[in-house]
Design a protein around this ligand. Structure first.
Ligand code: HAM
Length: 416
């Protein structure tokens, strides 16, 4: 029994799992580049105040889930529960909006939330996300959604639903929240304890409630649509139409409110029935006020993030490549094998060599176990003739190969 375990809800990514992660990371990089998005990296730790002012002091994330601590200098810090706030902080801090009025950015990295761990929900997880700053127009919402959908498609994920909603302008939402407060206020004592708490702080979040006792009231509650002005409605309709025209089916979900306070207008979530309770594998929306609220210029923005572990649960498994293309086995002096393996690596092959001075038979068994297709056997007699034996593990064929021709032979057998 190991003396130490990883912290609850935090996971190692073992070598056999890494190929799938790397495939995902390659897709993030390639698709972001195809859309003209540039990468940005920000620290894992920020001042806690940053999240109070963006994600919101009444959100579950800040109230219950944030890893918050005082450092040795007395600063209130937090492990980032999401990456958007840090990206906005970085843009404002470095004055990037003075250089360009439009920024397309993507990021990838760990985030932390103190939630009850279960399938698809962890305390350290990873997000890939993209943010588009500088356009108030529906075409930027659409670009962000199409970028997300392109990634999903490239990963081979087909069974999902894209849910869309609009939260309108802050003013429209305020009026709607007031209406909700009045409506739910009349039935207060019949609501779940959680919804009663939300009634004062953030009545919108009652719409998100999963408690059965809340459902009949939620069904009768006023809908935000009735509180939206023409401009907000038109913005939303254009987003829906354009996404649909791009061949992505959307479902308008009037109850989709998201758990972060910074949103205005469009919000969306990618949902999969295969994930169970934690069914959203990505989410985002527009946040036109955040940059200004951090002391920057008035810059509209829209973005999203995927939960990387949830994408991994949904991706069809890929065939895994063996760690090496060629195994150098030695039946004599190890230095010779070192020479051969270096020659192969210099020629660009992925090559490994025995490091445990095992018998030739044990080395061949190891090559089999690793799934390496070709073995170069460095034996006494062949070495004296300036050659090695090449053996294909699939059928046991073998032949003698002069050292100067080694990489040509290897290229030939690997391409078959
Ligand atoms: P979010 O919906 O809180 O949005 O998180 C985005 C995604 O992160 C979720 O859809 C989910 O897949 C994943 N996720 C969240 N919590 C966990 C967890 N405990 N374990 C595993 N996965 C998790 C945001 O974070 C926003 N910053 C998205 C955004 C970007 N909005 C605008 N720009």
């Amino acid at each position: 029994m190991s003396q130490f375990q990883a912290v609850r809800g935090m996971h190692d990514v073992l070598p056999e799992q890494l190929p799938q992660w790397q495939r995902l990371e390659a897709v993030f990089r390639a698709v972001s580049a195809r859309f003209g998005y540039e990468e940005i990296r920000t620290p894992v730790v920020e001042y806690a105040q940053l999240y109070l002012r963006s994600v919101g002091p009444d959100s579950d994330i800040v109230r219950k889930e944030m890893y918050q601590f005082t450092d040795r200098g007395g600063e209130q810090l937090a492990l980032r529960p999401e990456l958007t706030a840090g990206v906005v902080r970085a843009l404002v801090q470095h004055g990037l909006f003075h250089r360009r009025s439009l920024w397309r950015l993507w990021y990838y990295g760990p985030a932390f939330r103190y939630e009850r761990p279960q399938k698809g929900r962890y305390r350290q997880f990873h997000q890939y996300g993209a943010e588009c700053f500088g356009s108030p127009y529906p075409e930027s919402d659409v670009e962000i959604i199409l970028l997300a959908a392109a990634i999903v498609q490239e990963l081979g994920i087909t069974a999902y639903e894209l849910q869309l909603n609009t939260l309108g302008t802050p003013e429209e939402r305020r009026r709607y929240q007031q209406a909700l407060r009045e409506f739910f206020g009349h039935v207060r004592s019949a609501l779940s304890a959680e919804s009663q708490q939300r009634l004062e702080r953030n009545p919108l979040r009652i719409l998100d409630s999963k408690h059965p006792e809340d459902q009949p009231f939620i069904e009768q509650a006023p809908v935000l649509w009735d509180y939206l002005g023409t401009a907000s409605r038109e913005h939303f309709e254009r987003v829906c139409d354009a996404v649909q025209a791009a061949g992505i089916p959307v479902r308008v979900n009037q109850r989709l409110v998201r758990g972060l306070d910074y949103y205005t207008h469009t919000v969306f979530e990618f949902v999969s029935p295969q994930l169970g309770a934690q069914n959203a594998f990505g989410g985002g929306g527009r946040y036109d006020m955040l940059v200004e609220s951090f002391g920057g210029p008035s810059v509209p923005a829209v973005g999203f993030a995927f939960g990387v572990e949830r994408l991994l649960l949904l991706m069809p498994p890929q065939p895994v490549e063996p760690v090496a293309q060629i195994y150098v086995a030695v039946a004599g002096e190890v230095e010779r094998a070192q020479q051969v393996v270096m020659q192969l690596r210099a020629a660009g092959y992925r090559a490994v060599v025995d490091l445990q001075r095992r018998s030739l038979k044990a080395q061949l068994r190891e090559a089999h176990r690793l799934g390496v297709p070709v073995v170069a056997i460095v034996g006494q007699a062949e070495w004296e003739r300036g050659s090695v034996v090449l053996r294909l593990l699939s059928d046991g064929t073998q032949w003698e190969c002069p050292l100067p021709e080694l990489s040509a032979h290897v290229r030939h057998v690997l391409s078959r």
